[in-house]
Design a protein around this ligand. Structure first.
Ligand code: HEM
Length: 447
């Protein structure tokens, strides 16, 4: 097998010029799953650019824990930063601590409890138009639900309503555009293609609305108990307030990082419960006992144990953040292999979660593998990443998904309305399309 650098194996099948881009774009999940057979560090080529895929949990942990050496950076992160304004998810290590400290209080347990009240209200609107025996496009519903809920968490003032509408309308083109900007060469991204025009227009509109909302909040002395109010009040270690550009970047980052991943997780969870009706029934037994027919709230969470495990197992099978990158800031040593500075490293929660050495029977949906007595390989479950750059919204997402899934299950029985498995569009997240579900109304449900 070819080695490009001592200890790094080259993945077979690279074509001239495009490298591995074709399998990576056409069937990325299958391609990723083949890589660990070639070694622990496997080099792939994305057009002219090389990247090393890290295929063992303990090595991924080293990358995640040493965030000064394995930094955010390189062309892909730079393009994401350009799109969003260099907020928390794309800023380099040198800016990260300050940014994280300014956002962290908005994700405290006390704040989450407040947000959970918004979540419960939004769950009530999620199924309002469902009717007995009708088919529901789950991906579309979950997108609307996640975007409404997260946007309301970020800005609740009535003056922000136009921004919420515009952002919701623009985000699908922004999500597609960011992925395209990240993987295609800049020369292609500069062409006046319809997709580029749509992306630029959507980004411009969302950008302008968020800016307008920030200035409206600044003019208003009231605090609204939302993330934007908190960011306006925050002072950094030197006692300085955050500037508009920084606040803007954080809001755009939270919208983009939070909405699609949470919507996608809920869509996959619904799909899996259709595939495993026995788990769906067990879950209904739990929710019937805890909720009856009402909507779940924060206080119910400790008793919604199977719902939480079902979401956890969904995130293992279909981690929304499926491929992530780092760049070595200095020379690094990983598995005794010297990695030169400015090497792009890839870690893939999907690859690690589907490797049978680390997650036995990896393709099987089994929420019971998350019972407390079960043993796990350390670092083999990483849907939220790890280390200093671990997802800031992990508890928010788990809370939202657990409350929503259990509230749906307790009132509706659902089954697949389509024989075909969902079509997966690999964007920044693993996005499923065509999750059509037939919803049967149970006693007490509206409709
Ligand atoms: C199921 C839902 C979610 C999944 C699977 C997910 C996944 C991830 C992953 C894997 C990372 C680490 C990226 C890396 O290592 O490069 C991350 C970071 C991040 N996520 Fe999430 N996320 C979810 C929901 C959310 C929500 C709801 C928010 C906010 C509202 C959010 C905001 C962020 C931010 C700001 C970062 C960057 C953190 C930093 O670098 O300090 N995410 N997320």
């Amino acid at each position: 097998m070819a080695t490009d650098h001592e200890g790094i194996t080259q993945a077979p099948g690279a074509l001239p010029i495009v490298g591995h881009l074709i399998p990576l774009l056409r069937d990325p999940l299958r391609f990723l799953k083949t890589l660990s057979a070639h070694g622990d560090l496997v080099q792939i080529r994305l057009g002219p650019q090389k990247a090393v895929v890290v295929c063992r949990p303990e090595l991924v942990q080293q990358v995640l824990l040493h965030d000064r050496i394995y930094d955010k950076g390189g062309p892909i992160i730079e393009r994401i930063g350009n799109a969003l304004g260099n907020g928390l998810a794309s800023c380099p290590h040198s800016a990260h601590r300050r940014q994280r400290r300014s956002l962290q209080p908005a994700f405290s347990r006390a704040c989450l409890r407040e947000y959970a009240a918004i979540m419960t209200e939004q769950i009530d609107t999620l199924t309002i138009n469902w009717s007995d025996g009708r088919t529901v496009d789950v991906a579309e519903k979950m997108y609307t639900f996640a975007s409404d809920t997260i946007a309301r968490t970020l800005f609740t003032a009535p003056s922000a309503a136009p921004a919420i509408d515009t952002v919701k309308e623009c985000l699908p083109d922004i999500f597609r555009g960011i992925y395209q900007q990240a993987v295609l060469p800049p020369s292609v991204n500069r062409l006046p293609l319809p997709s580029n025009v749509r992306y630029k227009r959507a980004r411009g509109r969302a950008w302008a609305e968020v800016s307008k909302t920030i200035s409206l909040y600044r003019q208003d002395d009231e605090t609204h108990g939302d993330v934007l109010s908190m960011l306006l009040k925050t002072r950094d270690d030197e006692g300085e307030a955050l500037g508009d550009a920084e606040i803007h970047a954080q809001i755009m980052t939270l919208l983009v990082a939070g909405i699609e991943s949470t919507a996608v997780a809920l869509t996959w969870a619904m799909h899996l419960l259709c595939q495993y009706p026995d788990v769906q029934e067990r879950l209904r037994t739990e929710t019937a006992e805890v909720l009856g027919t009402r909507t779940a709230t924060w206080d119910d969470l400790p008793r919604l144990d199977l719902a939480r495990r079902a979401i956890t197992e969904t995130l293992r099978l279909y981690p929304p953040g499926w491929i992530l990158t780092r760049t070595t800031a200095t020379e690094a040593r990983l598995a005794d292999v010297v990695i030169p500075p400015e090497t792009t490293l890839i870690y893939s929660p999907y690859l690690i979660h589907h490797d049978a050495r680390f997650n036995p029977r990896p393709d099987f949906f089994d929420p019971d593998r998350w019972l407390p007595e079960q043993q796990h390989v350390r670092g083999a479950f990483i849907p939220f990443g790890g280390g200093a750059r671990k997802c800031i919204g992990d508890n928010y997402a788990m809370t939202l998904a657990t409350l929503a899934l259990s509230s749906i299950v307790t009132r509706w029985r659902f089954s697949s309305a389509d024989e075909q498995p969902p079509h997966i569009e690999p964007r920044m997240t693993l996005t499923p399309h065509g999750v059509q579900v037939r919803a049967e109304c149970l006693q007490g449900a509206p409709g």
